[in-house]
Ligand binder design. Sequence first.
Ligand SMILES: Cc1cc2nc3c(=O)[nH]c(=O)nc-3n(C[C@H](O)[C@H](O)[C@H](O)COP(=O)(O)O)c2cc1C
Length: 361
Amino acid sequence: MIQFLGAGTSGSRTRLGIATDSICPTALAPMQDVTGLPFMSLVSERGEPDMFFTEFFRVHANSRLDPEILSSVTENPTKRPVFAQLIGENISDIKRTVLELKNFPVAGIDLNMGCPAPRVYKKNVGGGLLKDPAKIDQILEVMRDNWGSNLTVKMRIGFEDDCNFERILNIILKNKINLLSLHVRTVKGGYNTIPSYHYVEKAVEILQDDCPILVNGSIETAGEALALKQQFGVLGVMIGRAAIRNPWIFRQIRELSSGKSPFVPKRSDLYNYCIDLYHELSHPHIEERKMVSRMKKFLNYICLSLSDGGQFLTQMRHAITQKELFSVFEYHLMLNSKSDLEISNKPQGTELKPNPMLTVK
Ligand SMILES: Cc1cc2nc3c(=O)[nH]c(=O)nc-3n(C[C@H](O)[C@H](O)[C@H](O)COP(=O)(O)O)c2cc1C
């Protein structure tokens, strides 16, 4: 069993809604078009994380709280807290949205400072904010002045490089942020560069117990999650893509951290997950072809659990109807005694590239 380590005193855990006996607290990372109500339910059935974050609510002059995203707060199917994530930069629009959120049972409000899509960062929101620490300070100040409960930040280590990193950490400290989720890449580093975990050390040094940290970025297994917690003394981990591929990962982290053997999913478990996912995502208003393409977004990640030379991926991409898709699931996950085969913990056939703007330590 690993020891309780670092930030995340019992006071801050209680405030964030994390059970005091959670050895390595976890969060499902916010993922647009993925982590809505259906996916939250599916993950919860397979072992809940300690915290959920909504996909981002866009904040601009004409913005209203998106009802579909809001449903993951108002119809939260889990017993865990849900934090509402905002993306925006206009001070009065942010203030209006924060006040509006007071009407809903959110565990806290989270500011997105990481989205790397050029159409987003070019408007100086999401990852674009990291270029302008003074603006971050103004935004966090207005949020803090208008929101008494948890205020959290999800950020990358910088835009192109790490030149503003320490300054932003100090702004986080100054505005009494209650939790930092740190994706250890720059915005320009995208999603598939080698994560620079050593930046967590600096964040812990500056924030200490005042603001607990969740490490984020390409954490693939329960073992990696616990090793990072132990190495840096952070509160815990935030996991995104690995949870699409392996929705049992939060359960595995809980089991491994308390000295138990973690659950080992088989292909038949993956089969049931794929079928459940299709049904959860289905809606009478969504036509079959659209449902199949929606599923493919998830399946692009799920197929990384199989070492089959990309066969599942190729075949599912050809499916147009539900029947065709389900027969791909059956062929690859159930037939010919395949159902008993274990699925891989690590993603198959993916390779992370160095980020040339940062020295990898
Ligand atoms: C499909 C997708 C959608 C995402 N949407 C959001 C989002 O709405 N808000 C956000 O802060 N991060 C978003 N992210 C980033 C993730 O939250 C996370 O920081 C990133 O994927 C790295 O973590 P991982 O390696 O565990 O996936 C998204 C990532 C993906 C892959």
